[in-house]
Design a protein around this ligand. Structure first.
Ligand code: TYD
Length: 239
């Protein structure tokens, strides 16, 4: 993971091409950490304060990327895809999502909340996929096209708890995908990889304990988002 992180270019605040852009916030973490609940709670909070909010997810977010999602998360893909093909497909879906949805929404000044983004590829394909770090970094550059998140919330949770939450979700008729079926050791390696990213990029990333109740976690996330919202509002006022 260290070599992978070194090979990925330093990220920071994205280049702002307009007088004022919206905020781009991504949510990351392992299975069952509660990303979608937290995105919904943050979205509600921002909307109640009058912000235009766009919520999306990866892989997916556009018709083309949703088609790629279907292929990637399908059971049949498990044996037939090598790690390079898998990484290329995630990158293709991301590129479409960035160009069709994320950049236009940011240019309109919307706050964009995305469930998984570049760190999921670094972790899932980088750690488990046995890929050349330079290849992963090159794909990332092409896919995100300079659109680096302003903030990445990494939800941190013991994999055993996360997996049992994911199992409970399946009881509500949501099918288990192939990434959920891997061993606890693999899930633990991913957790450590997410933590390493948070440590390596403290300006962009915040590690949030995802073990508490949803409201407590939501407040912890808001403590990281509020200053950014305030400073973005100041920038808007002066642009
Ligand atoms: P999803 O059903 O959205 O799961 P979750 O609720 O955990 O986000 O499935 C997305 C799966 O795809 C998830 O297991 C992580 C994996 N993934 C990658 O391997 N690489 C990526 O770049 C992305 C975006 C997701």
């Amino acid at each position: 993971m260290d070599t992978l992180l070194k090979a990925v270019p330093e990220t920071g605040r994205k280049a702002r091409t307009h007088g004022h852009d919206g905020l781009f916030i991504t949510f990351e973490g392992g299975e069952g950490v509660g990303k979608s609940t937290q995105i919904r709670l943050l979205g509600d909070r921002l909307k109640s304060l009058g912000h235009a909010v766009r919520i999306s997810r990866e892989p997916g977010g556009t018709p083309g990327a949703e088609a790629v999602r279907h292929v990637l998360l399908d059971e049949a893909a498990l044996e037939s895809f090598g790690p390079a093909l898998e990484a290329l497909l995630f990158a293709a879906a991301r590129s479409d999502h960035v160009e069709q949805v994320i950049r236009p929404a940011l240019a309109r000044g919307e706050t964009v909340l995305v469930d998984r983004f570049l760190d999921s590829t670094r972790v899932y394909q980088g750690v488990s996929g046995d890929l050349d770090p330079g290849f992963v970094a090159a794909l990332e550059r092409v896919a995100i096209h300079g659109t680096v998140p302003d903030l990445t919330i990494i939800l941190d949770l013991d994999p055993a708890t996360g997996l049992s939450r994911a199992h409970a979700r399946r009881a509500e008729n949501i099918a288990q995908d192939r990434f959920e079926k891997e061993t606890v050791a693999v899930h633990e390696a991913r957790r450590q990889a997410f933590r390493a990213i948070a440590q390596a990029e403290p300006d962009r990333c915040r590690l949030v304990d995802a073990a508490g109740d949803p409201e407590t976690i939501s407040d912890a996330i808001w403590a990281h988002v509020a200053p950014l919202v305030a400073s973005n509002g100041d920038e808007a006022a002066h642009s």
